[in-house]
Design a protein around this ligand. Structure first.
Ligand SMILES: Cc1ncc(COP(=O)(O)O)c(C=O)c1O
Length: 304
């Protein structure tokens, strides 16, 4: 099995700069409030499926509409859901260096990365180059202010990018440290924009694991539905691999990264032995009768 995203475990350290953790623990007032909330939770109950109370609280905190607000186990979870919704089979534009989890999430979602390298000494964004790459991308993923360079996209570049109308994720983990105060007006103007926010950074409570995604209700609905896909059919992928159109190694890596509970069906002849080895169920279709023999090579809507 391929390994998931991981971070190095180190000896206990007073400050993890590599994780951008807060230097101090949450203050007493926050701790009391948090614990008093936990005391009131009815542990016998299943939480609401749509996490409505948490979504309402996040919407109040960030000044956005509940229907366009989704919450997650840290902003990582909503980032993963947004990528899984929009990156599959497409090209995702990123800046690099940026948050180290992006390449892993993009690969896991079945997308490929299109990178603009930020170069020392100032790690500035070459705006025209970025915009021209954006025209070739299916999804844009930008962290601004960026981890780890601290740079921001200019409002003029954001406007150009968002005007392309492509789904665009603005990772706002460090939003409060930047100069774009008014998230609401960006979201109101651009329904294709998804902004992720978190309590882990400016609030300094990464251990609470609270993050959210703010977007238009239409996109929120699509992202929320993402986790509901229980089956993925990769029709004739075996033939594509046999023709050398898809590298077997990449397909296997993708399959290993699929959620365990998802049923994945790979069809077609000439399955590579490594795929047969990986699969739980392998069967062969044997011809008894075929319309091909009566001269019907293919039927519109069925074979093509
Ligand atoms: C840019 C960026 N986005 C998202 C996250 C994820 O934070 P969390 O899942 O704690 O909200 C981090 C964490 O360091 C980050 O640096």
């Amino acid at each position: 099995m391929s390994t998931g995203y991981s971070r190095p475990e180190v000896a206990p350290a007073p400050l993890r700069l590599d994780l951008n953790e807060a230097p101090w623990d949450a203050d007493e007032a926050f701790r009391k409030l948090f614990l008093s909330f936990l005391e009131r939770v009815e542990l016998r109950r299943y939480p609401p499926m749509d996490a409505r109370p948490a979504r309402e609280a996040a919407a109040r905190l960030y000044g956005w509409q509940v229907e366009g607000t989704l919450v997650g186990n840290g902003s990582n979870e909503v980032l993963a859901a947004a990528l899984a919704t929009f990156a599959a089979g497409g090209k995702v534009l990123t800046l690099w260096p940026s948050f180290s989890i992006y390449p892993w999430l993009i690969r896991r979602a079945g997308g490929s990365e299109l990178r603009l390298w930020l170069k020392p000494p100032d790690f500035a964004v070459a705006e025209d180059e970025f915009f021209s790459l954006a025209q070739d991308a299916d999804l844009l993923l930008v962290c601004s202010p960026n981890n780890p360079t601290g740079g921001e996209l200019s409002p003029a570049l954001w406007r150009r990018l968002l005007s392309l109308g492509k789904p665009t994720i603005w990772d706002g983990a460090y939003w409060e440290f930047g100069s774009d105060g008014d998230m609401r007006s960006w979201l109101t103007e651009f329904p294709n924009l998804m902004v992720t926010r978190t309590l882990s950074k400016v609030w300094g409570v990464a251990g609470v694991r609270a993050g959210c995604l703010c977007t238009s209700p239409e996109l929120a609905k699509r992202v929320a539905a993402e986790g509901e896909h229980g089956m993925l059919i990769l029709d004739e992928i075996n033939v594509a691999m046999d023709y050398g159109l898809l590298p077997v190694g990449e397909v296997l890596e993708f399959l290993r990264s699929c959620p365990r509970e998802m049923e994945v069906v790979c069809t077609g002849r000439y399955a590579p032995p490594e795929l047969i080895e990986l699969a739980d169920l392998v069967s062969e279709v044997r011809e008894i009768k075929h319309h091909y023999r009566q001269g019907v090579q293919m039927r519109q809507g069925i074979e093509y």
